[in-house]
Write a protein that binds this ligand. Structure first.
Ligand SMILES: C[S@@+](CC[C@H](N)C(=O)[O-])C[C@H]1O[C@@H](n2cnc3c(N)ncnc32)[C@H](O)[C@@H]1O
Length: 272
């Protein structure tokens, strides 16, 4: 199987388990019409007012952030390559009483299945870019989707975090590539990043890192102007096996020396 098929099988199996996991908290969206995902709540000060914007959420997974952005007034479409994820996202929107569209597609085909130069906002991240082998092809898709004057909002795991070994018992250790490589990093993990009620059979996944400079260069090459680049000392999932503490926002930080390494970043860019 190629990387695409391997990752699709992996995500199709995980999406329903994620939808049932208390960590994603889907029931809260139906119970409280004002409920927003922790990710979007964290983003809000940098997102600003998005009411009335036409937005697309790339690699939307089970739709928690897509629904949250719709609740902030954007007209949202979510896109993901996993049929199981898209089905869960549509179910969540319906249960939450939110209008949003969901489209199943490979990210690299997004600008072939969605209208071009149509979106005020492209929103993505939080474990999205690492599944894509080529950051330049991703940037080209973002540029095709955005209207002139439209903006990309990306909060993502920092390439420095992806380069660290998860086992931090003996301290932080750079163990994986920081730069994009032609060959994927192959992982074989029986579990997932949230508490799940089942064992998985599709345990292998293929991922790629993309350095911050590679990302910025790819966006500049597509005619986007970088308007924000903020590095954060927290991440919304428990990214390292030891030495992390969770704060009241659901963000995880290094328990000690959190000034040593960035864990996520927010990048915004506008199509000229
Ligand atoms: C970690 S999840 C994103 C998480 C999301 N930010 C959230 O917490 O809801 C990554 C998503 O990327 C999707 N994905 C991976 N490779 C893809 C591709 N080539 N095209 C489209 N979606 C892809 C997966 O199906 C999965 O839903």
């Amino acid at each position: 199987m190629d990387s695409f098929a391997i990752n699709l099988a992996n995500w199709d199996e995980r999406a329903p388990a994620h939808a049932r996991s208390a960590d994603y908290g889907l029931a809260k969206f139906a119970a409280d019409p004002g409920h927003l995902s922790e990710v979007v709540r964290f983003d809000q000060p940098r997102l600003g007012d998005i009411a009335g914007l036409r937005g697309v959420h790339l690699q939307c997974h089970i739709g928690t952030d897509t629904v949250s952005l719709a609740r902030l007034g954007a007209r949202m479409t979510g896109l993901d390559f996993s049929p199981a994820a898209v089905a869960e996202a549509a179910r969540l929107a319906e249960a939450a009483g939110v209008t949003a569209d969901f489209v199943q597609s490979d990210l690299y085909a997004a600008a072939d299945v969605l209208p071009n130069e149509a979106y005020d906002l492209v929103f993505t991240g939080i474990g999205a870019l690492c599944w894509l082998p080529d950051i330049r092809r991703w940037a080209a898709v973002v540029a095709r989707l955005l209207k002139p004057g439209g903006r990309l909002f990306l909060r993502e795991g920092h390439p420095m975090l992806w380069a660290l070994h998860e086992d931090t018992a003996d301290g932080l250790r750079v163990a994986y590539p920081y730069f994009e490589t032609p060959e994927p990093l192959v992982s074989d993990e029986p579990g997932t990043y949230v508490d799940a009620d089942r064992e998985f059979t599709h345990t292998v996944s293929h991922s790629w890192n993309h350095g911050l400079g590679e990302l910025v260069t790819a966006l500049l090459a597509e005619g986007l102007r970088i308007t924000m680049l903020v590095e954060h000392d927290s991440v919304p999932w428990k990214a390292l096996d030891q030495g992390m503490v969770e704060d009241e926002r659901g963000e995880w930080r290094l328990a000690e020396h959190r000034e040593r390494v960035p864990l996520t970043y927010t990048l915004q860019a506008v199509k000229e």
